[in-house]
Design a protein around this ligand. Structure first.
Ligand SMILES: C[S@@+](CC[C@H](N)C(=O)[O-])C[C@H]1O[C@@H](n2cnc3c(N)ncnc32)[C@H](O)[C@@H]1O
Length: 456
């Protein structure tokens, strides 16, 4: 059963005048963004980007932006449950074209069921939102009645929610085929919990864990179970002592052996989590990314962390370095299906055809990467997908079609002794891995990494 999630909110306060209604712009923006994710398959990351995000989101104060993200997280994580409940409460189905009304109801239901927002605020604001839209005015009484009933029955409805119901069929098929029913169910249960924040520290994980009230995980990553407010306000962030990165994402950049003073190319580098990991190990890093905007973000991140790296903007297939690299890391674009607990929109914006398309692209990028490394040099291929097509199957394909590389199995000690993460010498993590004392101390993003050596 999911508990109500504590957040800072702006509900309806005592107010004398009708405009502006506190909290209403946040709810309207949440409904609008939900529509963009569901109806247009737009990525939530882009919509909620603090520089280039949706104008309705950018018009909100930071506190309201956090509320919108919390509402959307709950609405997407519990999407099928909310849909089922709302449909059950309706006497007859909503008209086919009543999409904005549906999103508005989902936004309110997510607050009533899963967020620590006073029910009356969530309901009153939904009714006000319905009244403010000519398409939905006539349904405002219905919105009120459904949400009041939901608030009365919230405990019972939450108790019936099921992680396995909240996902589209393509994803559950893919998981069951890859991992079997039992593990697939564990992955879905882990994915339904809002994850903790992991940080990679430049040094002294114990000291940072104590300062920030976190826990040191098996490879020195510090896990923060709850963060009040913005992560960037925490001690050490502005001073460049650490950066945010899931424990699983911190593993691949540590698989290139001793890279101190070695020339290392970080291909597909932005926003630079792994670039920082490589630079902290003392490598001379060249960070390459197709997106000049994302590369700018990488540069800002490296400035904050006081790490020096060279950059090159463009398609890695066109990159012709003067000298070949000692090692390369390719963190390829992927379906990101290992990060659904952080980005639940992925379930609704992607499907199996994206997995297939991306696996094809990854193979091309991996082949291009081979020609950037010296003979005898290592190549680490990684991504944050849990689809076998983008991991284990891709390795089989590249090894059977090339005779210039060989697989170099990853050893237990390179992943903090967690040999269960290394089937057949490759790294495979899922949200169901890493059993800790509490749900928040358990779990990690889904990641894949394989290490090759160039031999010809
Ligand atoms: C998974 S993200 C990389 C995350 C990054 N390695 C990190 O740890 O922060 C994938 C990146 O690949 C970049 N990309 C996609 N296709 C590319 C290509 N053909 N050449 C270079 N970069 C590419 C995208 O712009 C995106 O920034």
């Amino acid at each position: 059963m999911a508990n109500k999630h504590k957040i800072h909110h702006s509900g309806l306060s005592e107010r004398k005048s009708a405009v502006p209604v506190p909290g209403l712009p946040a709810r309207l923006a949440a409904a609008r963004l939900l529509s963009a994710v569901i109806d247009k398959k737009t990525s939530l990351d882009g919509l909620t980007d603090n520089e280039h995000g949706h104008p309705q989101y950018l018009a909100l104060e930071m506190r309201d932006r956090m509320l919108v993200r919390a509402i959307l997280g709950a609405a997407l994580r519990h999407r099928a449950d909310i849909e089922r409940i709302v449909e059950r409460y309706l006497d007859r189905p909503l008209p086919q074209n009543a999409l904005s009304l549906k999103h508005l109801l989902h936004v309110a239901a997510a607050q009533v069921l899963y967020l620590d927002v006073p029910d009356h605020a969530a309901i009153d604001l939904a009714v006000t939102a319905a009244k403010s839209d000519p398409r939905n005015q006539r349904f405002s009484g219905l919105v009120n009645a459904i949400l009041r009933k939901l608030a009365r029955n919230a405990d019972k409805e939450r108790a019936q929610s099921s992680a396995t119901e909240n996902i589209p069929a393509w994803f559950s098929h893919m998981l069951i085929e890859a991992y079997g029913r039992e593990k697939a169910a564990k992955i879905l249960a882990a994915q339904a919990i809002e994850p903790p924040i992991d940080i990679s520290v430049k040094s002294n994980p114990e000291i940072w864990a104590e300062k920030l009230g976190g826990h040191v995980l098996f490879n020195g990553t510090v896990r923060l179970e709850h963060v009040e407010g913005a992560v960037s306000d925490l001690e050490g962030y502005q001073q460049g002592e650490w950066w945010v990165q899931d424990v699983a994402a911190s593993l691949p950049a540590r698989l290139l052996g001793n890279i101190k003073d070695k020339a290392v190319a970080d291909l597909c580098a932005a926003p630079g989590g792994k670039t920082a990991e490589l630079a902290v190990q003392g490598a001379h890093v060249t960070a390459i990314d197709l997106s000049a905007n994302r590369l700018k973000r990488l540069q800002h991140n490296m400035e904050r962390l006081d790490l020096k790296v060279a950059t090159w903007a463009g398609n890695l297939k066109d990159f012709k370095p003067e000298e070949l690299f000692d090692a390369v890391l390719l963190d390829a674009p992927c379906s990101s299906t290992g990060t659904i607990r952080r980005h639940p929109d992925i379930l609704w914006t992607k499907d199996i055809s994206d997995v297939e398309k991306l696996a094809k692209l990854q193979l091309e990028l991996l082949v291009a990467s081979i020609s950037l490394v010296k003979i005898g040099g290592l190549i680490v291929f990684a991504n944050c997908s849990i689809a076998r097509q983008e991991g284990e199957e891709l390795v089989d394909k590249v090894l059977s079609s090339r005779n210039d590389i060989t697989l170099v199995p990853i050893r237990d000690e390179e992943v903090g002794g967690r040999k269960e993460l290394l089937p057949n010498g490759v790294l495979r993590t899922t949200p169901a891995d890493l059993e800790g004392e509490t749900p928040l101390l358990s779990g990690m993003d889904g990641f894949f990494a394989a290490r090759f050596k160039r031999i010809a």
